[in-house]
Design a protein. Sequence first.
Length: 131
Amino acid sequence: KNYRLRGYAKNRYALSTILHSQLKDYFLKSALDDFRYCLQAEPDNYFLIVKIAQVYAQLNMIPELLDLTEKALRLELDSDNRNKILFYRAEGFFILRDFEQMSTVLVSISRKEIKYSKISDVLDYWSTINE
């Protein structure tokens, strides 16, 4: 549990706007190590899977992000966690500029069940790219 809390704290610190990019990457990589360590003990912990996907996206580790999200989508997820995983998967394809794959993922996201305005706002923007 300490690794999870430590990883969460490092992730939050890395997301603050006061850090130099190299220091930010250091904290993100350190948080990633802690989250992955915890995931070994709790392989179905959706919170950890979502946090790892978030950090992969922030570190531009797109192959790892796409691999993780593909595996996570095979698990039994509630709609909120499924939407988060799909969102990060779409973000990976967006970063790769693979808009066709991104569109395929976007269709799978249940828009009426999105709980976070950030996801809705980004999805609205992404939908304009394909028009």
